[in-house]
Design a protein around this ligand. Structure first.
Ligand SMILES: CC(=O)N[C@H]1[C@@H](OP(=O)(O)OP(=O)(O)OC[C@H]2O[C@@H](n3ccc(=O)[nH]c3=O)[C@H](O)[C@@H]2O)O[C@H](CO)[C@@H](O)[C@@H]1O
Ligand SMILES: C=C(OP(=O)(O)O)C(=O)O
Length: 419
């Protein structure tokens, strides 16, 4: 098991380059199954979730070449004849459920073990199933394996009563080669949905309206390979913006789409952090005195649940009481116990955390309970006096490419060591 050792109190300064979006590439890789051809994807983040998904594609029979040097992946799925992912293949990541929709779209049949992923609360898939059934698929779970099967997929109108990113992507994957028109109403609008739709369109699909709450798909007979570049990771970018502010630093976060980051930059400005936006970068200058603020996580364009944990750490530095409401995942406050051990004054009541600041954080041993909780722990270590050990960093490595090198390059004192 590896851990991070961080000597806190260093102001971050310089430039950091943002990688491709984890939550987009995790949809794009399963989507390649629909092509029966070769796809080349660039700007791929080299993170453990990508390695695991690439391995699953290999086990399904695809020809996969992951090029770490130029952050690309080539996937030829013409050698795949069926879509069966066992428990051992699917258990370690949530995104394995996209194989259900992609396999159904390509073969009319998919068998995928119930997915794993971060322990951040219940992660139902009823809306995914509702969508597949509307397109004509049957569904059953046997011995932990989900089975979908359709003689023929036929487009339909699907209304989602809860806005779900995963279900929106999965229904698009199943619907692109369905006969006729599929309409998804109350669709999620996250940038990664637009990225998956753009990728599928580059493969010859006809998906319109992604990024709005009505997505219209005109089914096509077949898809072909393409070359495509993943959008920048707005959650990684938001994490570095917060880390810079938390250390009262001065950092330019490069290779971002500022529009995707509006909900976080607006909150940072409200806190009293100086933000300057350029075409594809954002400069953040921290401030010693911060105002307390309230945040509520919401589907895009609201404040993202994935940045709730990193931003909450910064709120321990703000004067007064900040209230954080987590409306997407009920289990996303586990990191609070770690912060309390560092001296934070935080009370959690159900889906709300009340953070009283400003409280300095003092270093100790802390443990990442999930991916973004891990990012929060790293930021806490950067803020604290003395040496902080962050354990269970495999969670962090699921979603942050080269985090140690990137932080070191902007002045952090952080290293990864084996326990
Ligand atoms: C809306 C939202 O912020 N989604 C986030 C969610 O996507 P992810 O796709 O994991 O989660 P969903 O968007 O599907 O879930 C949103 C909400 O819908 C509910 N739900 C979902 C599916 C379903 O079939 N039934 C159901 O009731 C969930 O319990 C949750 O409360 O986690 C990802 C990784 O952290 C983030 O990148 C996404 O931005
Ligand atoms: C929880 C996350 O990832 P996943 O849904 O892949 O578990 C995340 O990206 O914050």
């Amino acid at each position: 098991m590896d851990k991070f050792i961080i000597q806190g109190g260093k102001k971050l300064k310089g430039e950091v380059n943002i990688s491709g979006f984890k939550n987009a590439i995790l949809g794009l890789i399963p989507a390649t199954l629909l092509a029966n051809d070769k796809c080349i994807i660039t700007n791929v983040p080299m993170i453990s979730d990508v390695y695991i998904l690439a391995d699953i594609m290999k086990k399904l029979g695809a020809d996969v070449f992951l090029n770490e040097k130029n952050n690309s992946i080539e996937i030829d799925t013409s050698t795949v004849n069926e879509c069966k992912a066992s428990y051992d293949m699917a258990k370690s990541l949530r995104a394995s459920y996209y194989l259900l929709g992609a396999g159904l779209g390509r073969f009319g049949k998919s068998e995928v073990a119930y997915p794993g992923g971060c322990d951040i609360g219940s992660r139902p898939i009823d809306l995914h199933i509702k969508g597949f059934e509307a397109l004509g698929s049957s569904f059953k779970i046997e011995h932990g394996i989900m089975h979908c099967e359709a003689d023929k997929l036929i487009g339909d109108n699907i209304y989602m009563d809860v806005t779900s990113v995963g279900a929106t992507i999965n229904i698009i994957l199943a619907g692109v080669m369905a006969e006729g028109k599929t309409v998804i109403e109350n669709a999620a609008k996250e940038p990664h949905i637009v990225d998956v739709a753009n990728f599928l369109n580059a493969m010859g699909a006809d998906v319109r309206g992604a990024g709005t709450d009505v997505i219209r798909i005109n089914g096509v007979k077949e898809l072909h390979g393409c070359t495509y570049s993943v959008i920048p990771d707005q959650i990684e970018a938001g994490t570095y913006l917060v880390a810079a502010a938390a250390t009262e630093g001065d950092v330019v976060v490069k290779n971002v789409i500022p529009k995707h980051l509006e909900s976080i930059t607006a909150k940072l400005k409200e806190l009293g952090v100086e933000i300057t936006e350029y075409d594809d970068s954002i400069r953040v200058r921290g401030n010693k005195k911060l105002n307390s603020i309230n945040i509520k996580t919401l589907p895009y364009p609201g404040f993202p649940t994935d940045l709730q944990q990193p931003l909450s750490v910064l709120l321990t530095k703000a004067n007064g009481t900040s209230i954080v409401t987590e409306s997407i995942f009920e289990g996303r406050f586990k990191y609070v116990d770690e912060l309390k051990r560092m001296g934070a004054n935080i009370k959690v009541d159900g889906r709300t955390a009340i953070i009283r600041g400003a409280t300095p954080l003092s270093s100790t041993k802390i443990t990442a309970t999930d991916l973004r909780a891990g990012a929060a722990c790293v930021i806490a270590g950067l803020m604290a006096d003395g040496e902080t050990e962050v354990h269970n960093i495999r969670h962090v490595e699921r979603g942050y490419e080269n985090i140690v090198d990137k932080l070191k390059a902007i002045g952090a004192d952080i290293k990864k060591v084996s326990e």
